[in-house]
Design a protein around this ligand. Structure first.
Ligand code: ZN
Ligand code: ZN
Length: 369
């Protein structure tokens, strides 16, 4: 068994004992991948991994997924397969019997488990108590080890090379969709090891919506163009945003750019072990509020980054979680002026022993194209 995964399972078992969770039930997704190395998607065919705190995991899955599981599992696990014809009921029954599930406390993923899996568990594990396993799982994942950080650095390099290629293609007349496609091709050319997702390309007034849908709008002189590109290396994300100016832009757009740039620096500068997540948010927000644009900064300052593009720690007012070395998250303040455009500058940071390292090295000065 791979040592990294052996350690992860030990830490899970310890956390389950402390939290009095007899069995953790995990569906396909980032937690399953983190604990077993298995990258799978949910589908109408149920896959469910059960982790008792005192024995190796049990994996219930469709027969056709067994070869993939055997090839990619980094941990030992007993497989309980079912065919399309028989369906998962009998496999559930066997799992429930072998784990003696009746009356146990089962940790489930409130953010991911569907009623489909929950109803099966309720049926075959009568008298069980279900508790939210997410906080326990996120405590395991929130500190990245050296291997995870290495993957994130690689993702960052690929992402930055992609941005450099795409920047050269931004000009009046090109549509947002064409730029998005250029971005995906450039990401593949930069040797990404995963098929890149579609970036957000938001030009002109579309930039006023932080999660604008990339459209067939053509870039015009005087536009700000926001590009939010995210991709993975070995499962780990880089998530970067840069905002570019096309030719001469309006004075106020220029002003909000410099405010966001300052907010981004202010937030990254205070990141160090011992401060609270919400203090990073406050550092960025104060700059924007002081400049009179507080009401146009309509989202939190950042989010954790790792196997998922959004995961703890959330850099948001009210989160008094203390930052520790090995945490990775985004710093992405923005100002969005309805009908006119928006600016966001997003970097990825790693909390180090004595401060913080910004994984992103792309320039933050306004580039005029
Ligand atoms: Zn982003
Ligand atoms: Zn982000």
């Amino acid at each position: 068994m791979n040592r990294t995964y052996e350690q992860r399972l030990k830490r899970l078992a310890r956390a389950q004992r402390e939290g009095r969770v007899d069995v953790m039930a995990i569906v396909p997704g980032a937690n399953l991948r983190y604990l077993t190395g298995l990258a799978m998607d949910t589908s109408e065919r149920i896959t469910l991994a059960l982790f008792p705190f005192d024995a190796p995991p049990l994996l219930l899955l469709p027969e056709l997924e067994a070869p993939r599981a055997e090839a990619n599992l980094e941990t030992e696990a007993s497989l309980y397969t079912y065919s399309d014809e028989e369906g998962p009921d009998a496999a559930f029954q066997r799992v429930a019997r072998d784990l003696d599930l009746k009356g146990k406390t089962i940790g489930v993923e409130h953010l991911r488990m569907r009623l489909l899996e929950l109803r099966q568990l309720e049926q075959y594990a009568p008298g069980c108590q279900f508790v939210d396993g997410e906080p326990l799982l996120s405590r395991l994942r929130i500190i990245k080890d050296d291997e995870e950080i290495k993957a994130m650095r690689r993702a960052s390099e690929v992402n930055e090379e992609t941005f450099r290629q795409v920047m050269a293609q931004i000009r009046p007349g090109v549509t947002e969709l064409v730029l998005a496609e250029t971005w995906q091709k450039a990401a593949l050319d930069a040797d990404g090891d995963d098929l890149p997702e579609t970036p957000i390309v938001a030009s002109g007034p579309n930039g006023a919506s932080p999660h604008s849908t990339t459209s067939s709008r053509r870039i015009e002189p005087g536009d700000l163009v926001v590009i939010d590109g995210f991709l993975r290396s070995q499962g780990y994300y880089s998530d970067v945003t840069r905002t570019y100016a096309v030719g001469e832009i309006d004075e106020e757009l220029e002003l909000i750019y410099s405010i966001v740039q300052e907010a981004n620096s202010a937030a990254r500068e205070i990141v160090r072990p011992g401060i609270k997540a919400q203090e990073v948010d406050a550092a960025a927000r104060q700059v924007i509020e002081k400049a009179g644009y507080g009401e146009y900064f309509i989202h939190r300052t950042g989010h954790g980054l790792g196997l998922e593009i959004h995961e703890p720690p959330y850099i948001v007012q009210g989160n008094d979680l203390t930052l520790r070395p090995g945490m990775t998250f985004t710093v992405e303040p923005g100002i969005y002026l309805p009908g006119r455009g928006g600016v966001r500058i997003e970097d990825n940071v790693l909390v180090t022993e004595d401060g913080c390292e910004t994984l992103t090295t792309l320039p933050r000065e306004l580039e005029r194209l």
